[in-house]
Write a protein that binds this ligand. Structure first.
Ligand code: LMR
Length: 392
């Protein structure tokens, strides 16, 4: 049996954590895995989360099962956070999942059940795990042109051309905000054109919303998703609480469905719940309970919103400082850096150059050149600049 297995290639992002841990050089810099770090280089537990943990611990009376759909109150609170108070809640349903990746995988399973072998069009490039988890659900994969390395922005005309060539009933994966790995987000005007093109071709939108609050703010980062909800008759959204609550390892997320009618929404939710039961029976409670506790209490929610804003500001000011520092390199591939959003950007490096950055300078990034700006300290910018000067 097991002898039939071959060794899988290492995960392009997570394998960096082990490499970095094994590196003993004091000056090494971790721009790999997408976790927020503060000005001290730490990924802190937010105070508001610690306080919620203490409250939950004091009030806990049981660890009995919650159920495959998780806690409905958590789902309702995240729904309002993501989709706003005027969302069409009669046709929207959701369940709690094990983080954003769990939501993606369950929704992929739901799509495969609704339309076996459906084609999902992924942006080129996209988060490395998208392709693997969609293919694992039995879906076919295709790519649409998304990123324009010449400008560091979205290749809108190419993207619209590719959408026009998609077949009705195909699925398009969209990053709701803070595109991973490029940081290139469509403008509001672009989103309007994208939403109209998707509606016209009757394509099914699959939105990955993992970084709400890290781009332009909590409300602004939900704008595109809310537009798509208003424009399209049906779609799905995978939501992650990992980054904006800083609860990565607790695995809290949600999967949402917008259906054409309330009755179809109920059936889709029931099928999604079956996906959860099959995959892992039910999601872990702790992270979702923290999110519920915080969002349900206006004072805690206000503190949390301020925390998200502080994280966002640190990332934005690091981005601005890096972009300003790298201007003198004059490299066209760095032009878009300052205008990109969220934690990530692509440096114009080949995998061999990325390996040299790591081996020679102790600077770690994904082999496509993706850097996590939240991993960078302002004091490290000259080091990164010198290394890029040497490598480019
Ligand atoms: C990332 O893109 O670095 C994060 O989403 C972590 C992960 O699971 O890959």
């Amino acid at each position: 049996m097991l002898e039939a297995l071959t060794a899988p290639p290492p995960d392009k992002i997570l394998s960096l954590m082990d490499l970095f841990r094994a590196d003993t050089r004091p000056e090494r810099i971790d721009l790999g895995v997408g976790v927020y770090r503060d000005a001290q280089g730490l990924t802190p537990i937010l105070d508001v989360v610690r306080r919620a943990e203490a409250r939950l611990d004091a009030a806990a009376t049981t660890k009995a099962y919650v159920g495959p759909a998780g806690d409905p109150r958590f789902v309702e609170l995240v729904r309002d956070l993501a989709f706003g108070s005027d969302a069409p809640v009669d046709r929207l349903r959701g369940i709690q999942t094990t983080g954003g990746a769990g939501a993606l995988r369950l929704l992929a399973g739901l799509i495969a059940r609704a339309r076996p072998g459906a084609t999902v069009h992924l942006p080129d490039p996209t988060w490395v795990n998208h392709a693997a988890l969609l293919a694992d659900a039995g879906l076919k994969l295709s790519r649409y042109r998304y990123y324009d390395p010449a400008t560091g922005g979205v290749a809108l005309e190419n993207m619209l051309e590719d959408i026009a060539a998609m077949a009705s009933g195909d699925v398009i994966m969209l990053h709701g905000c803070c595109h991973n790995p490029t940081g290139a987000d469509p403008s509001r005007e672009d989103w309007q054109k994208i939403a109209d093109a998707i509606a016209e071709r009757e394509i099914f939108a699959f939105i990955d919303l993992a970084y709400q609050g890290f781009g332009d703010g909590l409300e602004a980062d939900a704008w595109a998703t809310r537009l798509l909800i208003r424009t399209l008759p049906q779609l799905v959204v995978a939501y992650s609480c990992s980054k904006n609550f800083g609860i990565y390892r607790d695995r809290a997320g949600a999967a949402f469905i917008l259906a054409r009618t309330p009755a179809e929404a109920d059936i889709a939710r029931a099928q999604l719940t079956v996906q959860s039961r099959i995959a892992y029976s039910m999601p872990p409670d702790h992270g979702a309970a923290l999110v519920r506790d915080i969002l349900a209490d206006p004072a805690s929610a206000a503190l949390w919103r301020a925390d998200v804003e502080a994280m966002r500001n640190r990332i934005a000011s690091t981005r601005a400082a890096l972009a300003a520092a790298l201007v003198s390199l004059g490299h066209p591939g760095l032009r878009g850096l300052g205008a990109q959003k969220g934690m990530f950007s692509l440096l114009p490096l080949t995998p061999a150059q990325v390996a040299r950055m790591r081996e020679t300078f102790g600077i770690y990034m994904v082999d496509d050149g993706r850097i996590n700006l939240a991993g960078l300290q302002i004091s490290q910018i000259p080091v990164l600049k010198r290394a890029l000067e040497a490598i480019l």
